[in-house]
Design a protein around this ligand. Structure first.
Ligand SMILES: Cc1cc2nc3c(=O)[nH]c(=O)nc-3n(C[C@H](O)[C@H](O)[C@H](O)COP(=O)(O)OP(=O)(O)OC[C@H]3O[C@@H](n4cnc5c(N)ncnc54)[C@H](O)[C@@H]3O)c2cc1C
Length: 408
């Protein structure tokens, strides 16, 4: 019989949330004598994603190279403006930079081991992860490698899931649950002559045909001649593959008037936007983190900063009490209820994403919207956000969602 390797913390998946948890434990004395094993099938040697988020200057962030912008341009329905985002700034971190830095930091700790292996199964009761190169047992398993939703198990592989097309089914359209996908394709392009304004991010540009969905482009300029341009859709199913390229080319030529460019890098991604309960509390010894633990903000798809914040609070509490408490990883019921209502309004296109975000950024200061999306909002902020879009579709949807909201 093969040996089962023992550990205290066993991490199934070491992408953003797995690495963040391991780093957070690594810097605290309480975990110095705990054996931590991270298992991932991917060595994380590719730049498989680019993380963007807004943050204030006093936010503790990973010590990785950031690109930072102070200005954000918004183009929506009857509105085109530079958002005054102070005291926030818009940040970008390359996935590869984060992975490389995290691996170097973790290698300094002899109690932490990284294993490259394909996870085949998780035995939650006994705390065992079965892989194609042996079995591992832990007191606690932190799972960010797969999640179950709508009766199907998805591998959290970032760019692709086991079967994302499944979401197009009409059953999901009739249910009180929403399961939208945020899917996007982006290119880092280089132009022969100046085409971008390097100090201003285009946060959302809705100057696209919406096709009864939410479609926008964002642009992260690195210089006057180099930028990441990303076409993004919120909808129940993926587009045909050629649509992403068609829309990117059309946007570049018709909106930005860029005819000549060279594609340096390509990114494609799918993020779940759902109010299905992806609970941090798993079965047996499993605690779900990252996308699998519901860390993705259901109504926006943002997860980077939330992951940093949630894991920091969780490990703080664990260090104090001596026990990991998954409930500290969950957002408040009120914000999950707002997300659920918003998703259903979007799913049924009662108010389009374009109209909704245009009204928000037209009527409200951007920092207030950011606080709301970060779940840092005061009651005054919340009331202002609730009154900004047309109230009736949201109120009607809230009433229809009551049976579901009561179960949250
Ligand atoms: C392309 C892309 C761009 C994004 N951009 C942003 C952004 O700009 N801002 C933002 O806030 N959020 C963004 N997100 C959302 C979110 O921040 C990321 O998806 C984030 O990586 C989620 O962290 P995670 O730990 O849940 O998953 P991941 O980082 O994907 O980690 C899961 C890990 O599990 C491993 N795994 C899966 N199955 C197995 C298996 N069977 N065996 C072994 N290992 C396995 C994978 O290899 C992976 O490393 C983006 C997501 C994607 C996909």
């Amino acid at each position: 019989m093969s040996m089962v390797q023992q550990s205290n913390l066993l991490l199934a998946g070491s992408g953003l949330s797995g690495l963040t948890l391991a780093l957070e434990c690594a810097r605290r004395p309480y975990f110095q004598d705990k054996k931590i094993i991270l298992i991932d099938r991917d060595d994380k040697l590719r730049n498989d994603r680019t993380w963007c988020f807004w943050a204030k200057d006093d936010e503790p962030l990973p010590l990785v190279e950031h690109k930072i912008w102070k200005k954000c341009q918004f183009y929506g329905k009857d509105v085109a403006k530079i958002l005054d985002i102070a005291p926030y700034r818009y940040h970008m971190i390359r996935g590869l930079d984060f992975y490389a830095w995290a691996k170097t930091e973790l290698a300094k700790h002899p109690n932490i081991q990284r294993v490259t292996a394909n996870i085949l199964d998780i035995d939650a009761e006994n705390g065992i992860i079965k892989t194609d190169s042996g079995d591992y047992q832990g007191e606690w398993i932190f799972n960010s490698a797969k999640f179950t939703a709508a009766g199907k198990t998805f591998a959290v592989d970032g760019a692709k899931w086991t079967n994302p097309e499944h979401q197009a089914s009409s059953e999901s359209l009739n249910s009180t649950h929403s399961f939208l996908l945020q899917h996007f394709k982006g290119w880092i392009i280089e132009t022969p002559s100046p085409a971008f304004s390097p100090e201003t991010v285009t946060f959302m540009d809705y100057r696209l045909e919406q096709h009864d969905e939410t479609r926008f482009v964002y642009v992260l300029p690195f210089s006057k001649t180099r930028a990441l341009v990303e076409f993004t859709v919120f909808s129940p199913a993926l587009c045909p593959p050629e649509t992403y390229e068609y829309e990117l080319r059309r946007y570049l030529s018709e909106v930005l008037h860029i005819k000549d460019f060279h594609i340096e890098e390509e990114e494609f991604g799918v993020i779940p936007m759902t109010d299905l309960t992806l609970s941090p509390k798993g079965e047996g010894r499993v605690i779900n983190i990252g996308t699998a633990g519901g860390f993705v903000k259901a109504s926006s798809g943002y997860a980077f900063l939330r992951t940093q914040r949630k894991i920091r609070l969780f490990v703080d509490a664990w260090e104090k009490t001596g026990t990991p408490d998954p409930s500290t990883l969950q957002s408040s019921r009120m914000f999950r209820a707002f997300d659920s209502i918003m998703l259903r309004v979007l799913r049924e296109n009662l108010v389009s994403g374009k109209a909704f975000f245009s009204l928000l950024f037209k009527k409200l200061p951007a920092p207030l919207v950011f606080r709301f999306l970060d779940e840092d909002a005061s009651w005054g902020d919340i009331l202002r956000v609730l009154y900004a879009p047309p109230s009736w579709p949201f109120f009607k949807t809230a009433l229809r969602q009551i049976p579901f909201l009561l179960k949250l």
